[in-house]
Design a protein around this ligand. Structure first.
Ligand SMILES: Nc1ncnc2c1ncn2[C@@H]1O[C@H](COP(=O)(O)OP(=O)(O)OP(=O)(O)O)[C@@H](O)[C@H]1O
Ligand SMILES: [Mg+2]
Length: 288
Protein backbone atom coordinates (compact mmCIF):
# COMPACT_ATOMS: atom_id res chain seq x y z
CA UNK A 1 0.00 0.00 0.00
CA UNK A 2 1.39 3.39 -0.90
CA UNK A 3 -0.37 5.54 1.65
CA UNK A 4 0.95 9.07 1.52
CA UNK A 5 1.83 9.99 5.05
CA UNK A 6 0.84 13.46 5.97
CA UNK A 7 1.84 13.38 9.59
CA UNK A 8 2.30 16.66 11.33
CA UNK A 9 5.73 16.48 12.87
CA UNK A 10 5.36 19.75 14.78
CA UNK A 11 3.96 19.07 18.23
CA UNK A 12 0.43 20.41 18.73
CA UNK A 13 -0.37 22.82 21.53
CA UNK A 14 -0.80 19.75 23.71
CA UNK A 15 2.68 18.47 22.88
CA UNK A 16 1.53 15.59 20.66
CA UNK A 17 2.61 14.88 17.10
CA UNK A 18 -0.17 12.48 16.10
CA UNK A 19 -3.89 11.98 16.66
CA UNK A 20 -5.36 15.10 15.00
CA UNK A 21 -8.95 14.33 13.96
CA UNK A 22 -10.87 16.44 11.48
CA UNK A 23 -14.58 15.87 11.10
CA UNK A 24 -15.93 17.81 8.12
CA UNK A 25 -19.61 18.23 7.27
CA UNK A 26 -20.47 14.70 8.36
CA UNK A 27 -24.01 13.40 7.98
CA UNK A 28 -25.17 9.99 9.12
CA UNK A 29 -28.56 8.65 8.16
CA UNK A 30 -29.48 5.16 9.35
CA UNK A 31 -31.61 3.16 6.97
CA UNK A 32 -31.90 5.85 4.27
CA UNK A 33 -34.31 3.73 2.21
CA UNK A 34 -36.61 2.99 5.12
CA UNK A 35 -37.10 4.71 8.47
CA UNK A 36 -34.32 7.24 7.63
CA UNK A 37 -33.14 8.21 11.11
CA UNK A 38 -30.74 11.14 10.82
CA UNK A 39 -28.29 10.86 13.71
CA UNK A 40 -25.56 13.32 12.67
CA UNK A 41 -26.17 16.49 10.69
CA UNK A 42 -23.47 18.53 9.00
CA UNK A 43 -21.09 17.98 11.90
CA UNK A 44 -17.73 19.75 11.74
CA UNK A 45 -15.17 19.43 14.51
CA UNK A 46 -11.41 19.86 14.58
CA UNK A 47 -9.62 17.99 17.34
CA UNK A 48 -5.91 18.82 17.67
CA UNK A 49 -3.40 16.05 18.37
CA UNK A 50 -3.29 15.16 22.05
CA UNK A 51 -6.48 16.94 23.04
CA UNK A 52 -8.85 15.57 25.64
CA UNK A 53 -12.08 16.31 23.83
CA UNK A 54 -15.18 15.69 25.92
CA UNK A 55 -18.51 15.25 24.16
CA UNK A 56 -21.82 15.78 25.92
CA UNK A 57 -25.38 16.00 24.64
CA UNK A 58 -28.89 14.63 25.15
CA UNK A 59 -29.49 10.92 25.14
CA UNK A 60 -30.00 9.61 21.61
CA UNK A 61 -28.57 12.73 19.94
CA UNK A 62 -25.93 10.84 17.93
CA UNK A 63 -22.73 10.87 20.02
CA UNK A 64 -22.03 7.15 19.81
CA UNK A 65 -22.85 7.24 16.11
CA UNK A 66 -20.03 9.74 15.61
CA UNK A 67 -17.59 7.72 17.72
CA UNK A 68 -18.45 4.56 15.79
CA UNK A 69 -17.78 6.34 12.50
CA UNK A 70 -14.31 7.40 13.72
CA UNK A 71 -13.64 3.85 14.94
CA UNK A 72 -14.74 2.37 11.61
CA UNK A 73 -17.66 0.39 13.02
CA UNK A 74 -20.07 1.87 10.52
CA UNK A 75 -20.28 4.17 7.52
CA UNK A 76 -21.07 7.86 7.21
CA UNK A 77 -23.59 9.14 4.68
CA UNK A 78 -21.61 12.21 3.56
CA UNK A 79 -18.74 14.45 4.62
CA UNK A 80 -15.33 13.19 5.67
CA UNK A 81 -13.22 12.26 8.66
CA UNK A 82 -9.43 12.40 8.59
CA UNK A 83 -6.76 11.35 11.06
CA UNK A 84 -3.48 13.24 10.76
CA UNK A 85 -4.51 14.33 7.28
CA UNK A 86 -5.24 10.81 6.08
CA UNK A 87 -8.77 10.04 4.98
CA UNK A 88 -10.50 7.61 7.33
CA UNK A 89 -13.84 7.90 5.56
CA UNK A 90 -15.34 10.28 3.05
CA UNK A 91 -16.04 10.55 -0.66
CA UNK A 92 -15.63 7.13 -2.27
CA UNK A 93 -14.89 5.49 1.08
CA UNK A 94 -18.01 5.53 3.25
CA UNK A 95 -16.54 3.49 6.08
CA UNK A 96 -13.20 3.78 7.89
CA UNK A 97 -11.16 0.65 8.40
CA UNK A 98 -10.86 -0.14 12.08
CA UNK A 99 -7.19 0.16 13.04
CA UNK A 100 -4.91 -0.08 16.03
CA UNK A 101 -4.30 3.69 15.72
CA UNK A 102 -7.84 4.21 17.15
CA UNK A 103 -8.81 2.12 20.13
CA UNK A 104 -12.27 1.98 21.67
CA UNK A 105 -12.76 1.27 25.35
CA UNK A 106 -16.29 -0.03 25.76
CA UNK A 107 -18.55 0.65 28.68
CA UNK A 108 -18.79 -3.02 29.50
CA UNK A 109 -15.21 -3.87 28.78
CA UNK A 110 -14.28 -7.28 27.59
CA UNK A 111 -11.39 -8.63 29.64
CA UNK A 112 -11.04 -12.41 29.37
CA UNK A 113 -12.08 -13.73 32.77
CA UNK A 114 -9.81 -16.77 32.48
CA UNK A 115 -6.68 -14.70 31.93
CA UNK A 116 -4.85 -12.67 34.57
CA UNK A 117 -4.88 -8.91 34.20
CA UNK A 118 -1.29 -8.99 32.93
CA UNK A 119 -2.15 -11.68 30.37
CA UNK A 120 -5.15 -9.63 29.26
CA UNK A 121 -3.01 -6.54 28.72
CA UNK A 122 -0.29 -8.43 26.85
CA UNK A 123 -2.66 -10.57 24.75
CA UNK A 124 -3.59 -8.31 21.80
CA UNK A 125 -0.18 -7.52 20.30
CA UNK A 126 0.91 -11.17 20.72
CA UNK A 127 -2.03 -12.65 18.76
CA UNK A 128 -1.76 -9.88 16.19
CA UNK A 129 1.89 -10.86 15.75
CA UNK A 130 2.97 -7.29 16.53
CA UNK A 131 5.18 -8.19 19.49
CA UNK A 132 7.00 -11.22 20.77
CA UNK A 133 5.70 -12.65 24.04
CA UNK A 134 8.69 -11.22 25.84
CA UNK A 135 8.22 -7.72 24.42
CA UNK A 136 4.49 -7.74 25.12
CA UNK A 137 4.91 -8.82 28.73
CA UNK A 138 7.66 -6.26 29.32
CA UNK A 139 5.53 -3.47 27.91
CA UNK A 140 2.40 -4.65 29.73
CA UNK A 141 4.29 -4.74 33.05
CA UNK A 142 5.72 -1.28 32.49
CA UNK A 143 2.35 0.26 31.54
CA UNK A 144 0.65 -1.43 34.48
CA UNK A 145 3.33 -0.20 36.87
CA UNK A 146 2.97 3.36 35.49
CA UNK A 147 -0.78 3.19 36.08
CA UNK A 148 -0.31 1.95 39.64
CA UNK A 149 -1.63 -1.50 38.73
CA UNK A 150 1.52 -3.49 39.47
CA UNK A 151 -0.12 -5.28 42.37
CA UNK A 152 -3.08 -6.45 40.27
CA UNK A 153 -0.95 -8.17 37.59
CA UNK A 154 -1.60 -11.69 38.84
CA UNK A 155 -5.23 -11.20 39.72
CA UNK A 156 -8.05 -12.29 37.47
CA UNK A 157 -10.60 -9.68 36.34
CA UNK A 158 -13.20 -11.30 38.59
CA UNK A 159 -11.01 -10.64 41.62
CA UNK A 160 -10.71 -6.86 41.20
CA UNK A 161 -13.22 -4.04 41.52
CA UNK A 162 -14.98 -2.63 38.47
CA UNK A 163 -12.92 0.56 38.83
CA UNK A 164 -9.64 -1.33 38.65
CA UNK A 165 -10.99 -3.35 35.70
CA UNK A 166 -11.64 -0.09 33.85
CA UNK A 167 -8.05 0.99 34.51
CA UNK A 168 -6.74 -2.35 33.21
CA UNK A 169 -8.84 -1.89 30.06
CA UNK A 170 -7.38 1.56 29.44
CA UNK A 171 -3.84 0.23 29.91
CA UNK A 172 -4.65 -2.61 27.53
CA UNK A 173 -5.86 -0.06 24.98
CA UNK A 174 -2.46 1.66 25.12
CA UNK A 175 -0.43 -1.48 24.24
CA UNK A 176 -0.34 -0.70 20.51
CA UNK A 177 0.51 2.98 21.04
CA UNK A 178 -2.72 4.26 19.52
CA UNK A 179 -2.98 7.87 18.36
CA UNK A 180 -6.57 8.10 19.57
CA UNK A 181 -8.53 6.65 22.48
CA UNK A 182 -12.28 6.53 21.92
CA UNK A 183 -14.17 6.30 25.20
CA UNK A 184 -17.95 5.94 25.33
CA UNK A 185 -19.13 6.63 28.88
CA UNK A 186 -16.46 4.35 30.34
CA UNK A 187 -17.23 5.25 33.96
CA UNK A 188 -21.01 5.40 33.73
CA UNK A 189 -21.65 2.50 36.07
CA UNK A 190 -19.21 3.64 38.76
CA UNK A 191 -20.04 5.43 42.00
CA UNK A 192 -18.83 9.00 42.32
CA UNK A 193 -15.94 8.25 44.67
CA UNK A 194 -14.55 5.53 42.41
CA UNK A 195 -15.09 7.85 39.46
CA UNK A 196 -12.95 10.56 41.05
CA UNK A 197 -10.08 8.07 41.45
CA UNK A 198 -10.59 7.02 37.82
CA UNK A 199 -10.38 10.60 36.64
CA UNK A 200 -7.08 11.28 38.36
CA UNK A 201 -5.74 7.95 37.17
CA UNK A 202 -6.80 8.66 33.56
CA UNK A 203 -5.11 12.06 33.67
CA UNK A 204 -1.91 10.55 35.05
CA UNK A 205 -1.94 7.98 32.26
CA UNK A 206 -2.61 10.75 29.75
CA UNK A 207 0.27 12.90 31.01
CA UNK A 208 2.59 9.94 30.37
CA UNK A 209 1.07 8.94 27.00
CA UNK A 210 -0.12 11.96 25.05
CA UNK A 211 -2.92 10.38 23.04
CA UNK A 212 -5.94 12.21 21.67
CA UNK A 213 -8.95 11.32 23.79
CA UNK A 214 -12.50 11.48 22.39
CA UNK A 215 -14.61 10.92 25.48
CA UNK A 216 -18.42 10.79 25.56
CA UNK A 217 -20.15 11.38 28.87
CA UNK A 218 -23.38 12.56 30.46
CA UNK A 219 -21.52 13.69 33.56
CA UNK A 220 -20.82 17.42 33.17
CA UNK A 221 -18.44 17.53 36.13
CA UNK A 222 -16.45 14.70 34.55
CA UNK A 223 -16.44 16.57 31.22
CA UNK A 224 -15.05 19.77 32.68
CA UNK A 225 -12.63 18.14 35.09
CA UNK A 226 -10.96 16.06 32.38
CA UNK A 227 -11.38 18.04 29.19
CA UNK A 228 -9.32 20.61 27.39
CA UNK A 229 -12.59 21.34 25.61
CA UNK A 230 -16.17 20.27 26.06
CA UNK A 231 -18.24 19.88 22.90
CA UNK A 232 -21.94 20.28 23.64
CA UNK A 233 -24.01 18.57 20.96
CA UNK A 234 -27.46 19.60 19.76
CA UNK A 235 -30.41 17.25 20.17
CA UNK A 236 -30.70 14.69 17.35
CA UNK A 237 -29.41 14.97 14.69
CA UNK A 238 -26.25 16.09 16.45
CA UNK A 239 -23.67 18.69 15.58
CA UNK A 240 -21.67 20.90 17.93
CA UNK A 241 -23.92 23.54 19.48
CA UNK A 242 -21.25 25.09 21.64
CA UNK A 243 -17.59 24.38 22.29
CA UNK A 244 -16.32 25.31 25.71
CA UNK A 245 -12.59 25.88 26.32
CA UNK A 246 -11.79 24.65 29.80
CA UNK A 247 -9.23 27.26 30.81
CA UNK A 248 -8.15 25.47 33.98
CA UNK A 249 -4.50 24.50 33.62
CA UNK A 250 -3.31 20.91 33.46
CA UNK A 251 -2.05 19.00 35.39
CA UNK A 252 -5.28 19.10 37.38
CA UNK A 253 -6.22 17.54 40.64
CA UNK A 254 -9.36 17.52 42.66
CA UNK A 255 -8.86 21.02 44.02
CA UNK A 256 -9.96 22.21 40.59
CA UNK A 257 -13.50 21.05 41.37
CA UNK A 258 -14.03 23.65 44.05
CA UNK A 259 -12.64 26.62 42.13
CA UNK A 260 -14.90 29.49 41.11
CA UNK A 261 -13.93 29.02 37.47
CA UNK A 262 -15.01 25.39 37.60
CA UNK A 263 -18.45 26.37 38.88
CA UNK A 264 -18.79 29.05 36.19
CA UNK A 265 -17.95 26.52 33.49
CA UNK A 266 -20.44 24.05 35.02
CA UNK A 267 -23.20 26.66 34.86
CA UNK A 268 -22.39 27.53 31.28
CA UNK A 269 -22.37 23.87 30.22
CA UNK A 270 -25.50 23.07 32.17
CA UNK A 271 -27.46 25.87 30.48
CA UNK A 272 -26.50 24.72 26.99
CA UNK A 273 -27.08 21.02 27.70
CA UNK A 274 -30.38 21.64 29.45
CA UNK A 275 -31.74 23.61 26.52
CA UNK A 276 -30.95 20.71 24.16
CA UNK A 277 -32.31 18.10 26.58
CA UNK A 278 -35.63 19.95 26.68
CA UNK A 279 -35.70 20.01 22.86
CA UNK A 280 -34.95 16.27 22.74
CA UNK A 281 -37.69 15.61 25.30
CA UNK A 282 -40.24 17.66 23.37
CA UNK A 283 -39.27 15.98 20.09
CA UNK A 284 -39.68 12.60 21.80
CA UNK A 285 -43.16 13.56 22.98
CA UNK A 286 -44.16 14.61 19.48
CA UNK A 287 -42.85 11.33 18.00
CA UNK A 288 -44.45 9.28 20.76
N1 LIG B 1 -27.97 0.82 14.03
C1 LIG B 1 -28.93 1.75 14.09
N2 LIG B 1 -29.97 1.75 13.23
C2 LIG B 1 -30.93 2.68 13.28
N3 LIG B 1 -30.92 3.73 14.14
C3 LIG B 1 -29.91 3.78 15.02
C4 LIG B 1 -28.86 2.80 15.05
N4 LIG B 1 -27.98 3.14 16.03
C5 LIG B 1 -28.48 4.26 16.59
N5 LIG B 1 -29.61 4.64 15.99
C6 LIG B 1 -30.41 5.84 16.30
O1 LIG B 1 -29.59 6.97 16.07
C7 LIG B 1 -29.82 7.96 17.07
C8 LIG B 1 -28.52 8.33 17.74
O2 LIG B 1 -28.05 7.20 18.49
P1 LIG B 1 -26.71 7.22 19.32
O3 LIG B 1 -26.58 5.89 19.96
O4 LIG B 1 -25.62 7.69 18.44
O5 LIG B 1 -27.04 8.34 20.40
P2 LIG B 1 -26.21 8.77 21.70
O6 LIG B 1 -26.08 10.25 21.65
O7 LIG B 1 -24.98 7.96 21.82
O8 LIG B 1 -27.25 8.37 22.87
P3 LIG B 1 -26.94 7.95 24.40
O9 LIG B 1 -26.52 9.20 25.09
O10 LIG B 1 -28.27 7.47 24.89
O11 LIG B 1 -25.90 6.89 24.39
C9 LIG B 1 -30.86 7.38 18.01
O12 LIG B 1 -32.13 7.88 17.62
C10 LIG B 1 -30.78 5.90 17.77
O13 LIG B 1 -32.02 5.28 18.02
MG1 LIG C 1 -24.28 6.62 23.23
Amino acid sequence: MSAVMNRNTQPSKYGATRGAIQIKNVDKIYDPEGAAVKAVDNCTLDIPAGEICMVVGPSGCGKTTLLNAIAGFHSITSGEITLDGELLCGPGKPQAEPGSDRVVVFQNGALFPWKTNLENVAFGPIVQGKMSKKEAYEKARSLMADAGLGRSERNYPGEISSGVRRRVEIVRALMNDPAVLLLDEPYRALDSLTKSVMHESLLETYYKNKVTIFFITHDLEEAIFLGHRVVIMTSRPCRPKKILEVDIPHPRDYNALTSTRFRELMDETMDAVHEEAVKAFEAGEKEG
